[in-house]
Design a protein around this ligand. Structure first.
Ligand SMILES: Nc1ncnc2c1ncn2[C@@H]1O[C@H](COP(=O)(O)OP(=O)(O)OP(=O)(O)O)[C@@H](O)[C@H]1O
Ligand SMILES: [Mg+2]
Length: 374
């Protein structure tokens, strides 16, 4: 698939902008702070309903405006669709597909698929487990949009269970009413059921992406690997990968953790505490890999994501935000050759010379909120 037109209103620095897009490579070039990332961030928002830079929508709305609009025409084979999203911080966002407003924002997921690599991705390697969980969860949703529902079910169940545990912990401390354990049993089952589904999808993803990430790293940095990806469940005893197995193991782990959970008033077991261990050679990348290695590692994870989605039949838009300036010239050329054949590749760079020559295609100059085709 590819985006044929992007239109923004009151999004970030843009009061209004219209950007016609071609398949193949498009480079947005311009000095720092002119609005290049803002454009590709908006494309990414259509695919994930979130920004790769911020966790809430408020900063996406232009200062002084009360809502932002992202509109895109999307072509998938012969099919053309129009998506419109209205971001209303503090209130529900709204969505339209082909001008029909009978849709929820979540229904938009799956129409635009993107794999976006940005400087923030260094946190995939160096950051907290939450960064890696987000990577996994965005990918399982890209592979199967119904996982958006599973993820929000999990968040809801977790929140309710935590509320229950918190009141149990308080009651215990203040000698009040003790918790009715049968209520907790019900929430255990909910959590294990939805949690097992989430974990099964993540494990399947890790198995599928591992060889592709290793291959991508080898192409970017020959001889530098191998890469190994290992899913790390937060509690011992979780070793399966089938949903039924995981359900039983999560139930057992919760039983085990029941005392500390009631003492602390928080859920200590489940996919919200899991991590993805990234190894480079024999060592964990976090804490050991150099800056350049970490950068290439994160990039390899994104390229592997791209290859996986493509192999599964829906080629995403590849977005490379500010990637070339960080790479040495050899890695730069290798990356350019890898991505050049993509159906649609959106690249940003501060300096024209940073965009390798093999990435010929459309170029736009981005300056002070205007986007001009060169
Ligand atoms: N909600 C907002 N309202 C108004 N302006 C905003 C808003 N959010 C961001 N901006 C402005 O957008 C600009 C940043 O745009 P962007 O991140 O796209 O820059 P860039 O061209 O990618 O720069 P760089 O080369 O440094 O990455 C900043 O000047 C910032 O002040
Ligand atoms: Mg930028």
């Amino acid at each position: 698939m590819h985006v044929t037109h992007l239109s923004l209103a009151d999004y970030r620095s843009y009061a209004r902008v219209e950007v016609p897009l071609d398949p193949g490579v498009t480079a947005f070039v311009g000095p720092n702070g002119q609005g290049k990332t803002n454009l590709v961030e908006a494309v990414g928002y259509l695919a994930t309903l979130g920004s790769h830079r911020v966790s809430s929508d408020a900063p996406l709305v232009r200062m002084g405006a009360d809502r932002a609009i992202i509109r895109a025409n999307v072509r998938q084979g012969e099919r053309q669709q129009l998506i419109e999203l209205e971001l209303n911080p503090g209130r529900a966002n709204r969505a339209r597909i082909n001008r029909s407003s009978q849709v929820r924002p979540r229904d938009v997921l799956g129409i635009v698929r993107t794999v976006l690599f940005a400087p923030e991705d260094l946190a995939l390697v160096k950051g907290d487990p939450g960064e890696r969980r987000r990577f996994l969860d965005e990918m399982i949703t890209a592979r199967s949009p119904r996982m958006a529902g599973v993820r929000s079910d999990y968040d809801r169940v977790l929140k309710q269970r935590n509320t229950l545990l918190k009141s149990a912990a308080l009651a215990r401390r203040h000698g009040g009413r003790t918790l009715d354990l049968s209520t907790l049993d019900v929430w255990d089952q909910h959590l294990a059921r939805v949690g097992a589904e989430l974990m099964a999808q993540r494990l399947d993803l890790v198995a599928a992406i591992q060889p592709l990430a290793d291959k991508a790293y080898e192409q970017l940095a020959p001889g530098g690997g191998p890469l190994a990806l290992e899913y790390k469940a937060s509690s011992p005893g979780i070793v399966g990968n089938a949903r039924e197995e995981l359900y039983a193991q999560l139930m057992a782990a919760m039983e085990e953790a029941r005392k500390p959970e009631i003492e602390r008033g928080v859920t200590l077991v489940g996919p919200h505490r899991d991590d993805l261990l990234l190894k480079l050679g024999q060592l964990p990348a976090k804490g050991y890999a150099s800056h350049g290695e970490s950068w290439s590692y994160a990039l390899a994870l994104r390229l592997a994501s791209y290859d996986l989605l493509k192999a599964e039949g829906n080629e995403p838009v590849l977005v490379l935000d500010d990637v070339f300036a960080e790479l040495d010239s050899r890695r730069r050329e290798r990356l350019a050759e890898l991505v050049a054949p993509g159906e649609q590749v959106l690249v940003t760079a501060a300096v024209d010379d940073d965009v390798p020559d093999v990435l010929t295609g459309t170029r736009y100059a981005v300056s002070e909120g205007t986007v001009e085709r060169l």
